[in-house]
Design a protein around this ligand. Structure first.
Ligand code: 13P
Ligand code: SF4
Length: 307
């Protein structure tokens, strides 16, 4: 292990590369990352670096976003199979039809979608800026929101804006068990419940705090409470514990106690694959210039509104 980490660091210098990772990565990947963040921070970070190569340890839509915003940089993803059930729930042809069925609507898409879907959207959002972005749309304009219906329902409640929702879900967050949550709360009555807004309503209902992965880490770190039940992908527990060694975190389990609270897509990257990506500068993210320019517009609107 020490050997491969040394080799990764050597190649990183040689290639003038940086490693970006999402909080849902395996702890071994989180520990070698130069930068960890939520989807918004991971979209903003590549523009702040003068690295020539970005090794993206996240899922495909994240690496694709990095390439759309930084076409001059080489973006490699250690395993190209890292997809996302939410992004897959909105195929471009069906999405196009849906948009056409709602003329005059402002189309807001969660960043968990393909470049083709981004290109057909007016503004992109993440879980950390969605509320602000929805509020930026004039009250008179109807809104279509895609692809996460749970995040969409949560935002309708939060903003009071009635939106037309695409019927997509995250396979990790939708399987959290309410029964498990109730039983964890009985065992640990002092624990606060921190949840990601991709969770269904029956889980969010119990939450003391709802926010993005970075938001959850910030809340737990600043809170005077000592115990927390965490309703999002289990990888985040690694950072929570690192930043708060004196606090206790209980990951919420899924139905039947299965390990479904680990995202199978996020977890495909390994140290060996990171090493190979740095060595071969493959697999790379490629995107046609025409599609890139169309997907860039709604991303730039998001970045402007997030300043
Ligand atoms: P955030 O890190 O932006 O909260 O997103 C969570 C997620 O599911 C990414 O796919
Ligand atoms: Fe997609 Fe859910 Fe995995 Fe995030 S946790 S990458 S939304 S499948």
């Amino acid at each position: 292990m020490e050997n491969i980490v040394n080799e990764i660091n050597r190649l990183k210098k040689e290639r003038n590369a940086i490693i970006l990772a999402h909080y849902y990565q395996d702890p071994s990947i989180q520990d070698i990352a130069d930068f960890l963040g939520d989807s918004l921070a991971l979209a903003q970070q590549p523009q702040k670096t003068n690295a020539d190569v970005i090794v993206f340890c996240g899922v495909h839509f994240m690496a694709e976003t990095a390439k759309i915003l930084n076409p001059e940089k080489i973006v490699v993803m250690p395993d190209l199979n890292a997809g996302c059930s939410l992004a897959d729930s909105a195929p471009a042809d069906k999405f196009k039809k849906w948009v056409e069925e709602h003329p005059g609507h402002v189309v807001i898409s969660y960043i968990n979608c393909s470049a083709e879907v981004k290109a057909m959207s007016d503004i992109i959002c993440t879980s950390s800026n969605a509320e602000k972005i929805i509020r930026s749309v004039p009250e008179t304009k109807p809104i279509c929101f895609a692809p996460d219906r749970y995040l969409g329902s949560y935002l309708i409640k939060k903003t009071g804006r009635n939106m037309v929702l695409w019927n997509g879900t995250c396979q990790v967050h939708e399987t959290f068990s309410e029964q498990e949550l109730i039983s964890l709360q009985r065992k640990h009555p002092e624990a606060l419940v921190l949840a990601h807004p991709e969770c269904p309503e029956n889980i969010l209902h119990y939450a003391d705090y709802i926010g993005s992965t970075s938001g959850i880490i910030k809340f737990a770190t600043e809170s005077s409470s000592k115990e927390f039940i965490i309703a999002t992908e289990e990888g985040i527990i690694h950072q929570l514990k690192k930043k708060n060694p004196d606090k206790i975190f209980y990951p919420l389990a899924s139905l039947n106690g299965c390990a479904c609270n680990q995202c199978p897509h996020m977890r495909v990257h390994t140290l060996d694959k990171v090493y190979n990506a740095l060595l071969n500068l493959e697999p790379q993210i490629y995107i046609s210039e025409d599609l890139r320019l169309r997907a860039l517009k709604p991303l730039e609107r998001m970045l402007e509104l997030s300043r």
